[in-house]
Design a protein around this ligand. Structure first.
Ligand SMILES: [Zn+2]
Length: 339
């Protein structure tokens, strides 16, 4: 029986030996699996980081990108005007719809814009009031408005802008970043700057933008936009100005054109981009409702991959602002007539 006992003991021992080896094997396999998972997670994380940092091709503009590009102070509007209809998207920088009706009386918008302006007494622009209108907003408005005072022809209030073909970043983010930088530069030259919007949203109608400029006593209304085209090769800058329309823009057309010439020249030389010239427009609400000389700078194409990827960087946005500022300085130093 001994052998059988021994045998049984041996079998038991063997059995426990096998169990132990299997346990070691499975612990080893688990450890290898765990390390593999950790490495995989780390690789994916690094990939995301690279895309965010470099705005690599094909990015769809994550909230992370937009957060990084959001200029300081570009927050949602403060309590006095936010008790209205805009519905922030998620993330907060997407496009959302608002009601077509006027949500905020323009007087409130004008007072808010004026209150935000500061000025110094010295500089080449001392005593000047300049209104900056960063194009579009994070909220759209599918309502329609007359294209000029008393007109039966209408246009959509805020259809929303374009967005970067490669960066995925919306135009309104870029125009605001450039606008805030331009404000800084104009203020450093002594100008008092009125911002149509300082945050991502705009709660007024399209006509409120020029009305803010006019009612603020601005001597120039500078609208900032980015271009888009179905031709992905199109790139460069252009500057739009109002056609002379009796009763609407006949009093601002000449000065607007002169400002457009100065700004377009400065954009082209400052950015080294193709010169797409100045363009007369008769159909733009932002011009036809303005009582002060007005221009609209199309600073680059977001439908062009290379130009898009430049436009979304703070360094290039600063360069655009510097060029706009130089053009504005040229315009005023050449002697402003009329006003
Ligand atoms: Zn635009």
């Amino acid at each position: 029986m001994g052998p059988s006992v021994d045998g049984a003991a041996q079998i038991a021992m063997n059995g426990s030996g096998i169990d132990r080896r299997q346990r070691y094997l499975s612990i080893g396999a688990l450890a290898v699996l765990l390390i593999a998972v950790v490495v995989a997670v780390a690789l994916v994380w690094a990939g995301v980081g690279d895309e965010s940092a470099g705005n690599a091709s094909g990015g769809s503009g994550s909230a992370r990108d937009w957060g990084r590009l959001r200029p300081a102070g570009a927050e949602a509007p403060s309590g006095d005007i936010s008790a209205t209809v805009y519905v922030p998207d998620s993330p907060a920088y997407g496009i959302s719809q608002v009601s077509a009706v006027r949500s905020v009386p323009s007087a409130v918008l004008i007072a808010k814009a004026r209150a935000s302006a500061t000025a110094s007494a010295t500089g080449r622009l001392a005593g000047r009031i300049i209104c900056i209108d960063p194009g579009h907003a994070s909220n759209t408005n599918s309502g329609t408005e007359p294209i000029g005072p008393g007109s039966t022809e209408t246009k959509t209030t805020e259809p929303g802008g374009t967005s970067g073909v490669a960066s995925g970043i919306p135009e309104h983010i870029v125009t605001l970043a450039i606008g805030l930088e331009l404000r800084k530069q104009l203020e450093s030259e002594g100008a008092r700057v009125i911002m149509v919007r300082e945050g991502q949203t705009f709660d007024g109608l399209a006509r409120d933008r020029p009305l803010i400029a006019s009612k603020s006593g601005a001597s120039l209304f500078v609208r900032i936009h980015c271009d888009g085209s179905t031709n992905s090769a199109a790139n460069g800058a252009s500057t739009l100005y109002p056609a002379s329309i009796p009763g609407w823009t006949d009093d601002i057309a000449i000065e607007s054109r002169r400002a457009a010439d100065s700004i377009q020249a400065a954009l082209v030389s400052g950015l080294g981009v193709p010169d797409l010239g100045t363009v007369e427009r008769s159909d733009m609400l932002g011009f036809n409702w303005s009582d002060v000389p007005a221009v609209l700078a199309e600073v680059g194409f977001m439908s062009n991959e290379a130009e898009d990827l430049r436009l979304v960087t703070p360094a290039y946005q600063r360069k655009v602002a510097t060029s706009l500022s130089a053009g504005i300085l040229d315009y005023f130093s050449a002697g402003q007539q009329g006003r």
